[in-house]
Design a protein around this ligand. Structure first.
Ligand SMILES: Cc1ncc(COP(=O)(O)O)c(C=O)c1O
Length: 446
């Protein structure tokens, strides 16, 4: 009688331990489905490959990412057959996986007594610029080699959107008889016209496509490079002496385009929204050559929002630091993948899938990019923009409506100053939506 419970409990212990292991594995699969996909996969693969060389590691990471994509496609399909996919905005949620993997490396704690003053550094022209943020901006541009920072004033903004308005304010004379014309070559970023005109400023006004601007008067030209929506590298097109240039370099980062040389323009705009994917932080920065322009931009932000959130600047400083730190190491699971390597690999895979889907469908065409040497990756690479500039072929005149009927929301060509047979589609959404988009595209037939 005494032996039975002992035998019984030993067996039960074994069964219980087996059950626990099975439930752990199921839990991991479940967690994968909930969004920690790559993280868990890397953990699983990582334990079985300690000591492998980094080339193989990179290969396995890519395979892991691919299998994650395929997994997402399946789960997306059976839950999302009728779901509308919204790829109208350039919401950079693709980067969540990377930042999840980074765990607490970018977590900051801000005690209640900190960041209370309006002021950050009263010796700086931009008196609300947090020194730690400014330091990390300079460091990141050095690491990436995408912009000259020496001899530049840094002005921080609530997103580069606020800096865009600050630049228009600073570059327009306040005593002119007429508002200054603001132009950009079509297809231009769809927000430029409305951002320029929504307040009906007496200082500046939207004057349309830079290519048809023929007025003999001062103007501001917005040069977006690489361009939103089409991804091409751009230069100014008006080229007259009385023009002021604003270079919007939101996408001049190695995951999107080969870095050819450090950009060296009068007024350059950058944003964490597209560089690191932290659009919700609302932080951008301007690199400005002219002191008076930097002062006026600072004045605009002072009048507009009395500075820029210190909390966001401190968080942004931490994120930029993590990106710069990650650039020194490549591939190892323990140490983490470099941020730009991650972004570049995901976009390379997505563009490959996209080109295959477009070819299979036969209904659309895509831009082609000439390969160029990238000083950051030390390789000849092709651009892989944050947006697809897709053209509907076969007589489809309204591409946005056409794709809406296939439950894909995009932004039509007219918003960018061109014909409606073009649409812009975000490439920066989460895996699940991207895969659903590719499957829908493949299924569209002529
Ligand atoms: C070319 C360009 N400039 C500026 C912005 C706005 O950036 P932010 O989020 O920093 O205001 C965007 C956002 O899509 C953009 O595409």
């Amino acid at each position: 009688m005494a032996k039975i419970p002992t035998m019984f409990s030993l067996r039960h212990l074994l069964v219980l331990s087996l059950a626990l292991n099975v439930s752990l594995v199921l839990r991991i699969v479940y967690e994968s489905e909930q969004g920690c996909k790559l993280f868990w996969l890397k953990k699983l693969i990582g334990t079985s490959m300690a000591g492998d060389d980094s080339e193989r590691e990179t290969h396995i990471v890519q395979r892991a990412r691919l299998s994650v994509s395929n997994f997402s496609t399946r789960s997306g399909d059976h839950e999302g057959g009728e779901r509308v996919i919204n790829l109208d905005h350039g919401d950079p949620t693709m980067y969540e996986i990377f930042w999840r993997q980074m765990g607490d490396k970018t977590t900051i704690t801000i005690p209640g007594w900190q960041s209370m003053s309006y002021f950050s550094d009263i010796t700086n022209i931009c008196w609300f610029l947090e020194p730690e943020f400014a330091k990390e901006v300079v460091r990141l541009h050095k690491v990436v080699g995408n912009a000259v920072t020496e001899g530049r004033y840094i002005v921080v903004g609530t997103g580069s959107s606020q800096l865009f308005l600050a630049a228009l304010y600073a570059l327009s004379p306040h005593d002119a008889a007429q508002p200054k014309s603001v132009v950009s070559a079509a297809p231009y970023y769809s927000s430029y016209p409305s951002m320029t005109d929504y307040q009906k400023s007496g200082l500046y006004r939207w004057a349309g496509d830079a290519q048809s601007f023929d007025k003999d008067e001062p103007y501001i030209e917005l040069v977006t490079s690489p361009n939103n929506p089409d991804g091409y590298v751009r230069r100014s097109v008006v080229n007259r002496t009385e023009g002021a240039l604003v270079h919007d370099l939101a996408y001049y980062w190695p995951q999107y385009t080969p870095i050819s040389s450090p950009a060296d323009h009068e007024l350059m705009l950058f944003t964490v929204s597209k560089s690191t994917g932290h659009a919700g932080m609302r932080i951008g920065w301007a690199l400005v050559k002219d002191q008076e322009v930097a002062k006026k931009m600072t004045k605009f932000i002072e009048l507009n929002t009395i500075g820029v959130s210190k909390d966001s600047q401190l968080r942004a400083a931490n994120v930029l630091k993590a990106v710069s730190d990650s650039c020194g190491r490549e591939g190892s699971f323990e140490e983490g993948e470099s941020f730009f390597n991650f972004g570049h690999n995901v976009l390379a895979e997505r563009w490959k899938q996209l080109r295959a889907a477009v070819q299979q469908s036969g209904m659309f065409s895509l831009p082609n990019f000439s390969p160029a040497f990238c000083t950051f990756f030390s390789q000849v690479l092709e651009a892989q923009p944050a947006f697809v500039w897709l053209k509907c072929e076969q007589g489809i005149e309204d591409c946005e409506s056409f794709l809406r009927r296939h439950k894909i929301l995009t932004r039509g060509g007219k918003h960018f100053g061109v014909t409606p047979d073009y649409v812009r589609i975000s490439m920066l959404d989460r895996d699940e939506n991207f895969n659903l988009f590719i499957n829908r595209l493949k299924a569209i037939e002529g």
